[in-house]
Design a protein around this ligand. Structure first.
Ligand SMILES: *Cc1c(COP(=O)(O)O)cnc(C)c1O
Length: 387
């Protein structure tokens, strides 16, 4: 018996939608791609959507469209999937990391000021694990200092902050559709904007620098092959049809976990600020400060021994070897990020995770925690003081 960390949830209608594209002559740059772009733009109340072959590609094109270039500094979070900082390196810029809020696990807006220099050009906030950043505050800081904002909403489709859906809270917003994301195209991503020039430029850049009107072998600029096929777009379009159902299923799984784990004294959770609605991407808990990184790794190992897949989301980006080396960053640079990253555990989480599987995971997890708990005395009911 094995419970995976993540698993796709595809319906017969979704498989059928892919089949239908395969019966046409349009496997790429066809009507299904355009339909997917129109639907995802409409869902976000955006004028334009440019679909590409990954979220990483969308981030890269967004930075090119924003004019980012060598020497530019971009403020972002070290507690994220690596793509949100790698895109800055693709344009020979410098990611300027700031520490996170230990309660929301998102970048700390109060720290933006500390990273500001004359070379700062923009900010890439990431809605970590589907929890929206304080985009109002980040946006205010950006406009005060003449910076652009690129919203990395790759983990957060459908999340809301004060009745505003993510994906339209900056000049450019980016989503991703890898199979572990809320909706999938197999591989894929999309760039959302209200700016027609940005959209046209990105359409050209994803398609080898071709212009919309020019011939197949005319290339107006240096471009890339970042196209999304109509086969992938068909899957995305069909998944988008039932996004409300998908988000609800995920919220139900999360609520089920929370009922069981909420009062466990050794666990901490990402805090959801008032007025914010999280879109559940993964289910991540943090062990309390009494646990060391070694304790956490032992817990991960013990879960895996029982056939329960789990992970340590995330390894801090600034400590990835090539980042640390290029920018002279070391352990201790962002202590709140590092303290959290040493104690996180992502448990199995997907649409169709069954209540009895959640119970099984929680039973095993609590038993393992009991065994690795640093203080024998700590147990449910006698809550240690973490003030
Ligand atoms: C998934 C993700 C991306 C994009 O990933 P791809 O695998 O390239 O689609 C970008 N940023 C964050 C924060 C992500 O979680």
């Amino acid at each position: 018996m094995k419970i995976p960390l993540s698993a796709p949830d595809l319906t017969q209608a979704e498989r059928q939608a892919v089949q239908e594209v395969l019966l046409t002559r349009h496997l790429a740059l066809g009507p299904t791609l355009r339909a997917f772009e129109e639907r995802i733009a409409a869902y976000h109340g955006r004028a334009h959507a440019v679909a590409v072959n990954s979220g990483t590609s969308a981030l890269h094109l967004a930075l090119l469209a924003l004019g980012a270039e060598e020497g530019d500094e971009v403020i972002t979070t070290p507690f994220s999937f690596v793509a949100s900082a790698n895109c800055v390196l693709y344009v020979r810029g410098t990611p300027k990391f700031i520490d996170i809020s230990p309660s929301t696990w998102n970048l700390e807006p109060a720290a933006l000021e500390t990273a500001l220099t004359s070379r700062t050009k923009g900010i890439i906030p990431v809605h970590v694990f589907g929890l929206p950043c304080d985009m109002e505050r980040i946006g205010r800081f950006a406009s005060d200092h003449g910076l652009w904002v690129l919203e990395d909403a790759c983990e957060a489709i459908g999340a809301q902050s004060g009745n505003q859906r993510v994906g339209k809270l900056a000049q450019i917003s980016v989503l991703a559709f890898y199979p572990n994301k809320q909706i999938t195209t197999g591989e894929g991503g999309v760039l959302l904007t209200d700016d027609a020039d940005i959209a046209a430029l990105c359409r050209s850049l994803r398609n080898q620098g071709r212009s919309e009107s020019g011939g197949w072998l005319n290339h107006e600029r240096l471009g890339f092959n970042y196209r999304l096929s109509d086969i992938s777009a068909a899957l995305g379009l069909a998944q988008l049809e039932r996004i409300d159902e998908i988000l609800e299923k995920r919220a139900t799984v999360a609520a089920n976990y929370m009922r069981r784990l909420r009062d466990v004294p050794w666990l901490r959770f990402q805090q959801i600020p008032p007025g914010v609605e999280k879109s559940w991407f993964v289910f991540v808990v943090a062990l309390t400060e009494e646990f060391s990184r070694e304790d956490r790794d032992a817990v991960l190992g013990a879960l895996r021994d029982r056939g329960i897949e789990c992970s340590n989301y995330f390894t801090p980006i600034h400590l990835q070897p090539y980042m640390a080396e290029q920018f002279g960053l070391q352990a201790g640079a962002f202590p709140k990020c590092e303290e959290l990253a040493a104690r996180t555990i992502a448990l199995p989480f997907f649409n169709n995770l069954q209540p009895r599987e959640i119970q099984l995971v929680c039973d095993a997890f609590l038993e393992i925690l009991e065994k690795h708990a640093p203080r024998q005395s700590a147990s449910a009911g006698s809550r240690p003081d973490h003030s």
